[in-house]
Structures are given as C-alpha cells and as structure tokens.
Write a protein that binds this ligand. Structure first.
Ligand code: G4P
Length: 535
C-alpha cells in the first residue's frame, strides 16, 4: 500500500505521543489533602464516578493494625503504584507516594520516575515537616513543582503569609497564579491574576461552579456587586501588593525548578480545582531527556529504554504475584518485545506488560516515554534495573538510604517457608534491608529508614503471607557494611558488647551499632577498613 507523503512518520507519531504525557506525583504532609485531590482529579477527568471511591476513612487508613482490611475496603487502593487517565487530550500518569508520617525510600524512588510534582499545603498549617523533606528530594532532582494551597474553605492563614513561608522555608520563588477570595465560611472562589477573571463557586454537594466572570481589573465596579465591599477591598489590597512586590509567573523558571506557581482552593468542595488541573495539563512538562551511561537519552529516541523503580508483591490477593514497575524513558515498549537487562546480561521477553488502575489490570500493547507499565516479576527484575532495546544504555543506580531503625522478625508459628518467602519478597520490594546475626538463631534483622516501616512489614507478613510473627524493636541506630582486605577483616577490633555482628544474604559482614560513639570508635580503631552505610 502506498504511503501518502503527508502521513506522519513513526518518529513524528512518537513525538506527538510523548508530548501529551504528564507523569507526576503529589507530595504533602499527611492530612494536607493528597488523597482528596487525587480523587477529585480522577472525578474531574471522568476516570471514576463516585466520590469516596479512592479511599477508606481516615481512621482506617492510619491504623496499621488493620493494614490489610484497609486495603480491602478501598475501592481504588491508595497504594496503587500508578493511576493513568486522560485529561484534556493529555495522558496523565499519577504515581502514588505513600502517605506515611515517616520518610520512605519508596517515595524517593517514585520521585525518580516522575517529570514533575504537585505540592499540597494545608492553608491553616503552611509548610509542614514532611512537605519540607519531600520538597528537598524534588529539588535535588530539579523537578518542577506546582503548589496547591488546600482547605481554604476552613479558617486559613493569610495567603500572603503562606506565599512568604513557601519562599522563606523552601527557598524557592513562589508565584501566585490565582488568589483566594476570603477563607472559611467566606471563601467564595479565586481571582485569576493573569486573566483578570473571578471564579466564583457555590457551596453544594459536588462543589458546583458558576460561570467565570471576567472583570477588567480589580478596580472594576462589578467586583463590588459580586463580592461585597469588604471582600472586594481586601482583594484589591492583596492584588496591588502582588503587582508591585509579588513574583510574576515565569514558565521557564517553573520548568527549571526555580519557581513554583501557587494555586489556592479547596479539594473537598472543588473550589479552584479547574484552574489547577488546567495548569497541570498546560504548564507541567512532558518527559524530558534523562542522563544515562551513553549521555542524555531523548524521550523521542527510537530505541526503547526504561528502568524499574518499584516492585510490589501481592497487589492483588487473587494473583499473588510480584509486579516490577517500569518507567518508560524512550522509544516504544511493545508487548512481547525482547529487551536487555544489563544486570543479568540476558534478554528478557516482555510477555505481558500491564497497566493498572487500582486493582484492575489490563495488558498493554505499547507504551512510550512517561508511561508506567507493570511486569510480572518472577524474580528477574530488581529495583534500579535498566531495560533497553537496541543501543546499550544504563540509567544511574537508585541510591539507597542508611537504615536508622532496626527490628528482629520473630516467627510465632511453624510456617517457616512462608515466613522466609515473605521476608525475601518484601526485601526485594525495597521495604527494608535484611541481615542475619552471625551467632545464635538465624532470625532476620530488618533495617529501615522510618520506624513505621517495621509495623508495615509485620502487618504485611501476617496478612499477605499468613504467618504469625512479631517484629521486636532493637536498640541499634546504624548498620555498616565492612569492606577491606582479609587481613584487616581478621584483625577487626570492636568496642565491647554493644556491636552486633551480622551478615547479609551475600555473606558480607555487617556491624550494627547502638550509638554513634561506638561507630566512631570502630572507625578510629580500624582505619584500614571501610564502613559503608549501604550495601
Ligand atoms: P492526605 O491524603 O494528604 O493524608 O489527606 P486526605 O485527602 O485524606 O485529607 C485529610 C482530611 O482533610 C480528610 O478529612 C479530608 O476530607 C480533609 N480535606 C481534604 N481536603 C479538604 C478541603 O479542601 N477542605 C476541608 N474542609 N477538608 C479537606 P478527615 O475527616 O480527616 O477524613 P475522612 O473521614 O474525610 O476520610
């Protein structure tokens, strides 16, 4: 069949597909409204029909003891790795970052797989602890960030003060794109600073919006009719200040992660939601080139490449399998294609790549940069693995963090096989590091970055692997992998009883210290040995 000269080439088609991808994650302190915003985004995009489908009640979500129960009751699990949906001709992939109080490596890895982030801030609380930590991770990656200041329908802090706090605490320029009209009961909507439009909302089930009202400027007398004298005066005052002293929005600065555009609203009542979602489509970047061992790889390069950023076991109790999530970085992934995994130095056939939406899964025929696909993982993929077709390339390894909390996992029944399997699979997920004491019973010692992870491991071993077990906290504060010559290893000098000797699965020596003093002592006494914080 003759191909018309005007028919788009496959590289044009690939470029067009990539250009409409938006892959992002939401970062926030727990309770700021991440889940509500996720749910409202899905509702708005028509991806779900029912408010409340995304989450269980807060009381349930935060109770770790009924972890599994929580999972079961969620319509769409909030731990589902990737939600994919269409919005205004864009294909959006929203990657989940677990809403733990503790920093988790899982979140860090997820932030490596996105092209931008949304930061949700509670308007009454401002920048909270976890927001700051996650923001730092985004900053190190140079991720562009859109800010959504949430819960304006409740009594809130002065918006000028909030913008100032973002700039001061996070050290990033903050450019308000719209401005709240009132707060709490008097929150009426937002004023679009660029278009000079007032977006007024009605408080109703579903948070309906009235048609936007264009005004010539804040001095337009129509505003007094719409808002009343007092609210109008406050708005004028704020806008006058912003126009003289505020940071104007600059897309290039946003893309360079030097500025964050700020939107105000209320996810619960839908106020200010559309301008924010429009920005997600219009401002947020599509996939960009990524550094690799063969230099920057363009997302529209013809050869497929991607990397595994997450492994999750037991996503669906009916399948009981492990899924490796791959972020596609270039080219086209297609079903059944052969790719290389340089770590294993063997080709792998991508027999059934999946796409997930909560618990639902479907086979994917093809995927391009920005997409996330799940591969059933019979132990062949590890976190950080690069997969490629064509010209060899490897993406940088995913860094691990030093564990700061430790616990010993004790089996309370005789289901040894399930217990070992569970510990191994959860380790493979990157949930914890595992070592075994060199003396005494070979019970696994788990090392984690945030203490809460130990509870998660215990709950998951019970619910997903059906074993009765307990993770008992240990007093150690750090673990070090010991490296050096055989001679230096044999001559190792340890500070008394406080140090536990263990080995990892590869048989490497690992020391667990109960204080930083002991660690320093050990380092001073053994200058020929290297004490490494991660394997
Ligand atoms: P998270 O994922 O960041 O932890 O926060 P989530 O969305 O679960 O929101 C935490 C609480 O704040 C929830 O209430 C939620 O309904 C409420 N919330 C979120 N956005 C808004 C908003 O714009 N305005 C108001 N007034 N509340 C908001 P909860 O009662 O703690 O939980 P639930 O019982 O509603 O699940």
């Amino acid at each position: 069949m003759a191909v018309s000269a005007d028919a788009p080439s496959s590289s044009d088609l690939l470029a067009a597909e990539v250009a409409r991808r938006r892959t992002f994650a939401i970062i926030s302190h727990p309770d700021a409204g991440k889940t509500t915003l996720t749910e409202k985004t899905l509702l708005y995009a028509g991806a779900i029909e029912l408010a409340g489908a995304v989450r269980g009640r807060k009381s349930q979500r935060h109770a770790l003891s009924d972890w599994m129960e929580v999972e079961r009751q969620r319509g769409i699990s909030i731990t589902s790795a990737a939600l994919e949906f269409e919005l205004d001709d864009c294909k959006i992939t929203l990657l989940d970052t677990p809403g733990h109080r503790d920093f988790s490596e899982d979140t860090y890895r997820t932030l490596l797989a996105v092209d931008s982030a949304v930061m949700v801030i509670d308007a009454a609380k401002g920048i909270e602890d976890q927001t700051r930590k996650l923001f730092e991770v985004c900053r190190r990656r140079g991720l562009p960030i859109l800010t959504f200041v949430n819960k304006l329908d409740l009594p809130s802090r002065d918006p000028l003060e909030l913008v100032d706090e973002i700039e001061r605490v996070l050290q990033i320029a903050a450019a308000p794109v719209n401005w709240p009209i009132g707060d709490g009961d008097r929150f009426k909507g937002v004023y679009d600073l660029e278009r000079h439009q007032v977006l007024l909302y009605e408080r109703s089930v579903g948070g309906q919006r009235r048609a936007p009202v264009a005004v010539t400027s804040v001095t337009d007398p129509l505003l007094v009719t719409l808002l009343g004298e007092a609210a109008c005066a406050r708005l004028r005052e704020a806008v006058a200040l912003l126009e003289t002293a505020g940071t104007p929005f600059d897309r290039d600065a946003y893309l360079a992660a030097a500025q964050t555009p700020v939107f105000f609203g209320s996810a619960l009542t839908n106020f200010g939601l559309e301008p924010f979602l429009r920005a997600l489509v219009q401002l947020a970047p599509s996939p960009r080139p990524r550094p690799s061992t063969r230099g920057l790889i363009d997302p529209t390069a013809p050869d497929f490449s991607g990397f595994v950023f997450k492994i999750q076991a037991n996503m669906n109790p009916r399948h009981r399998d492990r899924i490796a999530f791959v972020r596609v970085c270039s080219g086209r992934l297609s079903r059944d294609m052969q790719v290389m995994n340089p770590r294993l130095k063997t080709p792998v056939r991508l027999a059934r790549p999946h796409r997930f939406f909560g618990r639902e899964r479907e086979t994917v025929e093809t995927a391009v940069a920005g997409d996330v696909v799940g591969l059933v993982n019979p132990g062949r993929f590890a976190i950080g693995d690069t997969l490629f077709a064509g010209t060899p390339a490897e993406y940088p390894p995913i860094p691990r963090f030093a564990a700061e909390h430790f616990g010993i996992a004790r089996l309370r029944d005789i289901r040894f096989k399930q217990f070992d399997e569970g510990v191994k699979q959860l380790e493979e997920e990157g949930l914890m590091q595992v070592v075994f004491p060199t003396a005494g019973r070979r019970e696994p010692i788990l090392g984690v970055v945030g203490a809460l992870q130990l509870d998660v491991v215990e709950a998951r071993l019970t619910s997903e692997y059906g074993v009765s077990c307990e993770v008992q906290r240990l007093n150690y504060v750090s673990a070090r992998w010991v490296a050096g010559s055989d001679e230096a290893m044999r001559a190792i000098e340890l500070p008394g009883q406080g140090v536990l000797q263990a080995t990892d699965r590869q048989g490497r020596l690992v020391l667990l210290f109960a204080s930083s003093w002991e660690l320093d002592y050990c380092q001073r006494k053994n200058p020929d040995l290297e004490l490494l914080a991660v394997a």
